[in-house]
Design a protein around this ligand. Sequence first.
Ligand code: PLP
Length: 379
Amino acid sequence: MKTKIAYTKPSITQLEIDYVLDAVTHGWGEQCYKYIERFEAEFCRYLGTEFAIATSSCTGALHMGLAALGIGSGDEVILADTNWIASVAPVTYLGATPVFVDILPDSWCINPQAVEQAVTAKTKAIIAVHLYGNLCDMPALKAIADKHGIALVEDAAEALGSEYHGEKAGSMATFGVFSFHGTKTMTTGEGGIFVTRDADLYEKVLTLSNHGRMRGQTKQFWPDELGFKYKMSNVQAALGCAQLERIEELVSAKRDVFARYCHLLTQFSDIQLNPEPAGVINSAWMPTAVFSKDTGIGQQQLLDAFREQDIDARVFFWPLSSLNMFAVSHKGKQHTPISYDICTRAINLPSYVGMTDEEIQRVSDVVVNLLQCRRVSRG
Ligand SMILES: *Cc1c(COP(=O)(O)O)cnc(C)c1O
């Protein structure tokens, strides 16, 4: 009996255990923000940005960032139809309207031309989500945002360690957000972070993040405005500090898993893997295989084949507009055809630090067998 292959899992060493033990033992009273402050400072240094606020989730970080931009009822926010719901939920929390546009067929990220066409007088922001570690076309999106005087936001939850011409994903826009959920490249259990270079925006989010209490407010229990409670705990931040010390190792291990998949699979022209165009470093959070249309291989067949081998492969994100709560406001399937098409013939492949050659071979064999069976049955 073969053991199950998980789709991802965190890499925890003695360093993480030592830091967490220290935080849970000593990180109280005067010390209760020590790891949080250290984590924020070190994250800024890694990313090459100015300010960071650690949060309890990426969703919370995005919620506060959008709130600080003043986004609310009557405003529109543009993002790709292909996304996890966390990238859009905060837009709706604020009463704004999400506008879903199509993705590019090669990067599976938001199509800048579609963004340009979707901008209206009500548009307040574009959310660029770097899907599965792949990078959005940031210069094109930045040009659109600048032209229309709107904010560009980076949801880099899946792209920690990815780079665009030397600039880190998450550091290139009005603000960026990350997730440290247990499935992400580095984890704090649950957690996230807000990052920006804009000092005013940072102050706003800092106040919002502290239940609306401004920095320097000396009156006790006196919020200056209505804020949020999305803080990361010191214990989580201790875990984050340890993971961040190992970040180069974690990212290179993910890239190495992806490279080994490429070695086994790029020879097959019927599948497309995550792209890494010139000038880009793809941190390879989630290796993904998209089967060409003429293989006739569909999502259910993929899921069945992996399940049969006890491999926990995951489906490509459904179009957000196909979900019940968004279907009504969307212009329909024909408006985002690529989002509706790619998800029917794509699968996320398992990837984690320490994945063995045998495990990678086992996953690749499923892909190769599917392709070969198809050839035989058609041939
Ligand atoms: C995981 C993820 C999120 C959500 O992160 P949480 O920390 O669970 O809120 C948001 N956006 C993207 C792109 C993600 O992959």
